[in-house]
Design a protein around this ligand. Sequence first.
Ligand SMILES: [Zn+2]
Length: 344
Amino acid sequence: MKTFFNHLHTLHQGKVEMFRGEMVPCFEVAARTEHVLHELQRRQLGTVLQPQGFDGAVLERVHARRYLQFLESAWGQWVALDPANAQRDAFPSVWPIRTLRSDVAPDNFAARMGLFSFDTGTPLTAGTWAAARSGAHCALSAARAVLDGDQAAFALTRPPGHHAGKDFFGGYCFLNNAALAAQYLRDHGVERVAVLDIDYHHGNGTQAIFYDRADVLVASVHGNPSTEYPFYSGYADDTGVGPGLGYNLNLPLNRGSGFADWLGALNVALERIAAFGAQALVVSMGMDTFEGDPISGFKLHSDDYLRVGERLAKVHLPTVLVFEGGYAVAEVGINAANILQGLC
Ligand SMILES: [Zn+2]
């Protein structure tokens, strides 16, 4: 299996995030991908490649142009406010909540940070845009490899992507890598694409991007949003809208769930994907379902991820895997490599 590794990922390294009322060191750290890369190389699981380049228009197939322009220019504007900001991560502090206007983009930088985001856990840094864009290119390269005949390909990148919407960042995510891969497959002749999201947290961005469409089915197994981030998305009755009604399947599980319940939900998702007649699969591969994850609440063990990979192999679909969450840094490499090994 080819792994497209985001060699620019270290350009995005937030210092702190807001967690339970205080600024704490970021959970989403560069060592995550390095552990996965090391484990893939140790087991000699396929080849590691750099992504190819893609035209900016490919990103606009999923993301709004004004949002992409904002991301590209945001750091420069942040530092222009105060040269001392070069030493500080940029965070939003105000949002256009209900009754406030989100159709205007104020000149004020803080206002635009809020317009294009939804939480205080996602620092924007000097290298965020370069890292995120290169990560998107990893996902697109993996999609390209599958179109060219590979049975599966892996995008090993951070920052992750599944919380990013058409025009907003949050949940450590800026560009929606899985959605970009799915759209790229659609734009190159694959008529029905399924996105399977197995991250602990509901992929609200992916759901929103495809919510009114019947050509991309989104199925997700995740922590019950009534208690788990991102709280406002991921309920069982989020089923799609308009032509997309019935093409969004959420399978929330309560905090504390173990592998048996989780695998049962995965099987339901995969049965729906088969009934849909998917011709290709994109997997948002979060490893924060692991029992030792510091910010999540499922109880999967490292060996369980081998079974996950074996189950995904039985789907017999061309598969793009995209690395998402997973914050038990010491184990994330073993767990991710177990999925790939099971799949192979
Ligand atoms: Zn997650």
